[in-house]
Design a binder for this molecule. Sequence first.
Ligand code: AKG
Ligand code: FE2
Length: 817
Amino acid sequence: MGLHHRKLIDDEIKAAFCAPFCLKENAAGSCPRLCLDICSDICLFPYEDLIPPPASASNLDDQPGKPQKFSPFWIATVTVFAAAFLVLCCYLIYSKYYLGRQSSRRRRQPQTEETQDDFLDEDSGSMVDHPIWYIRTVGLRQSIISSITVCKYKRGEGLVEGAECSVCLNEFEEDETVRLLPKCSHAFHIHCIDTWLRSHTNCPMCRAPIVKNTVLTPLPEPTAIHSTPGEETPGEISQSSRGSDSELDSEVCEARIGVEEEGELPVVNGEKTRENSNDELNDIQPMRRSVSMDSLSASRISVAVGNVVPAESHGNSDSQLVKVNESKTRIVPKRFEGNSNLLRSLASSSKGRSLTNGPVSMKRSFSWNGKFFLRNYGGPWYARARWLVSRCLGAPRGLLRRPTGCKLALGVYVAQPRTKPRCNQTAVKYKPRAANIPYKAQSVNESWVPKQSHLLTILKTSKAFPALQYKMISIKQLAETPGLDSIPPTYVFTRNPNDDDQLVSDDLEHPIPVIDFSLLTSGTPDQRSKVVHDLGFACQDWGFFMVINHGVPESLMKAMREACEEFFSLTEEEKQEFAGKHALDPIRWGTGFNTSANVLFWRDFLKVFAHPKFYSPSKPSGFREISLEYTKRTRNLARELLKGISTSLALEDGYMEKALNLETGFQHLAVNFYPPCPQPELAMGLPPHSDHGLLTLLMQNGICGLQIQHKGKWVNVNSSPNAFVVNLGDQMEVLSNGKHKSVLHRATVNEKATRISVATVCGPSLDTVVCPAPALVDHENNKPAYTAMKYGEYLELQQGTTIDGKSNLDRLRFLAI
Ligand SMILES: O=C(O)CCC(=O)C(=O)O
Ligand SMILES: [Fe+2]
C-alpha cells in the first residue's frame, strides 16, 4: 500500500517536472540536472551531450563524467530574483536618504498653520522612531545624557523643584537618586528622563534644551573645524543663556477655562484677535500658541485644569476622589464614549467649564476672571498643557491639530504680576475689567503673583493623568506642595455678598451654652430638670451647645483623633481605595467640592456609615476597632441627649427613641481634615450648612475653625478636644415643628495648623418617616410647618445636592407658614 502510494507520487512528479524536458518535443534538446535524478529512467536525452562540463570546483563532488549544465529556465529565474533584489535595494537607499532629507528639510521650513500646533519640537540628533505614533524624534547621545547632574532628592531642601517625577508622576522618595536638568532644574527619575532624552533633546516639562542650540544640529560627525576655544561642544551641557527659549518666549500658552466673558479679547476660532484690543495687548505678552479643539475636548481640559467634575457627579458637594478608567490609546471620538456622565455634566452648563467668577479680596487679592496670564511660565506650562491635552485626548504628542471650525480653545492664562516681577520675569499687566470684580471688597491694586510651584500646583490639581485615570487631588496633597504660598483660583470661595462676613464674634462675647451631661444622667432631680431646661434653651436659642462630662473616655477620643490623623496620612493611593463613587457609598473618602459653583473646599473628608451596619476602611490598622467603639459611645450619648431634648419639648423622654426608631437609627461618621492654607481668608473648609440628622456630636483636635450663625453673626466656637460640640440637625427641626432649629455653621481654615474634626451625625432609622410630633402641632398656633419625609430619602437628597445653607430643609417647609 505504502509502496504503491509512493509510486503514485513519483509518477506525478515526473509528469509535472520532467515532461517538458524529457519528451521528444523538447526544443532545447537538454534536460536539467534534476531531471536526471528524478526521471533518468524515462528521459530521452543523453545528458553528456547537452552542456559542456563546467570547470568549477563546485562540480568536483559531482559524478565523474556527468558535468553540470544550466538551462535557460534556471538562468531566467536567477535573473528575475537578482533584478528584484536590486530594485529593493535601490528603493531602500532612496527612501532612507532622499525621503529622510526631504523630511528634515520640511522640518526646517517654517510651520504652516496646519502644522504649527504639532508638538514636533525636537530639532535634531539621532532619530528615534515611535512606531505606534508614527513620529520620529531626535534624541541625545547617551554620553550627553549620562553627563547630566544626578543628585539625591531631599524633601524640603529646595534643590529640586516639585516633589514628583513629571514623566511617571510618582513622587520622589527621600534620598532617591534623580537627574537634575541643567537649565531648568527640573528633576526626574533617572530611568524616566533617560528614556525621554534618548528620543528628545529637551526637558519634558518646560522644553528647555539640554544642550545649547548649536549642538542641536543633526548629530554631526565630530569635526575639529567648528570647535573653537570657548565654544560649547556638543558634549557640553549648557549652563548659559536661555538658548532656544526664545522660541518659548514668543508663546502664550493658554488653557482657557470657562466661558468667554464680554469685553475680553474677542475670540476667533479659539484665539483672541489682538487688533481690537490694543490696550490689553500692551499688557499681554504677544505670545500665543493655542491648542484648539472641539468643545468636548476643551471641556475635558477644563475639567483637568480646573480640577472639577467627578465622573459620577451627583451634584454632590462632597465629591469623592474619582477614578475614571480610560484607555490611553483610544482615538479622540472614542475617548468620550465611556464617560457620559462627565460629558453630560460638562456639556450641560457653562458653569461646568468655568471656575469661580471672581475672587474676593481680603488681605491679598488678585485679578481673576476665569483666566489668568502667564509669562515665562509659558515653557513649562505650554509643555504641561500640551502634555495634558495629549493625555486627555489619548492622542500622542505631535498628532494634535486644531480641528477646523472649532470654537473653544484650550489655553492657560496666568495672572501676571504687575508689581516687580519675580524670577527675572517680565512684568505683564493685566487689567481686570470692573465687571469682573464682583464685590466691593475686591482690591485691584495688589496683584497675585503666581510662582511656578503654585502654577504647577494648579495643574497638579488637575493631576489628571497618572496612568489611566483622572482623579481630583486631595487638599492634603495640594497643601503639601512645596512653596505653595497662595491658593489656586478654584479654591477661592466667593462669599455671599448678602452675608455679612465681617460680623464674626468670639464665643467669649457670646459663649455657647455648656451642658454638663453628668447632671442629666446622674444628677439630683433638680439638677436634671435644670439641665433639661438649659438644654431646651440651648436648642431653641442656639441650636448648638457644648457637652462636658459626657462619659466618653478621653483616651478613646484621643485614640479616635489619632486614628483619623493616621487615615489621612495614608498615601493617596491607599486612600484612593476608599474613594467611593456615590454619595451614599458607606465608605467615602474625598475632597470638598461644590458642583454648582465649581468651587473646591479646603477639606478632605472620610465619611463612613456607622449604624445600623458598621463600616470602616480597612486602613490604618486599629481604625476599625477604635471607630467602632467611638461611634458606639457617641451614639449612646446622643440617645441620652435626645431623651433630655424630648423632655425639654414636653414630650415623653422616650418619645424620640420610639417614634424615630433610634434602636436602628442611622449614624454617619464624618471626619474632616483641613490642612493649613496659605490664604485662609480666601478659602473655605466647609461652607454654611445644616446637618441632616437629629443631632451631630463634633469632636475637634484643639484647633479652632468652626463658626456658627447666631443672631445674624458668625460666632467662633472654641475647640476643646475633650468636649463635644453638639448641634441640632434638620430632622430635629422637622420633628419639633420648628421649635428647635438646625443652625447654619461652617468651617473656616487657618494658615498654621491642620484641623481635624470628627462629626457623628445621629438620626432616625432610614425608613422612618419624619414629621412634626403630633403633640407639638395644633390647628391654630402650631400648624404643621414641614411635610413628612422618609429620613433615608432626605439623606439622599441632602448628600446628593450642593451644600447651600438650609435649602434642602426649605423644600420640606409648608409655604403657608
Ligand atoms: O469641622 C467642623 O467644624 C464642622 C464639621 C461639620 O459641620 C460637619 O461635618 O457637618
Ligand atoms: Fe455640619
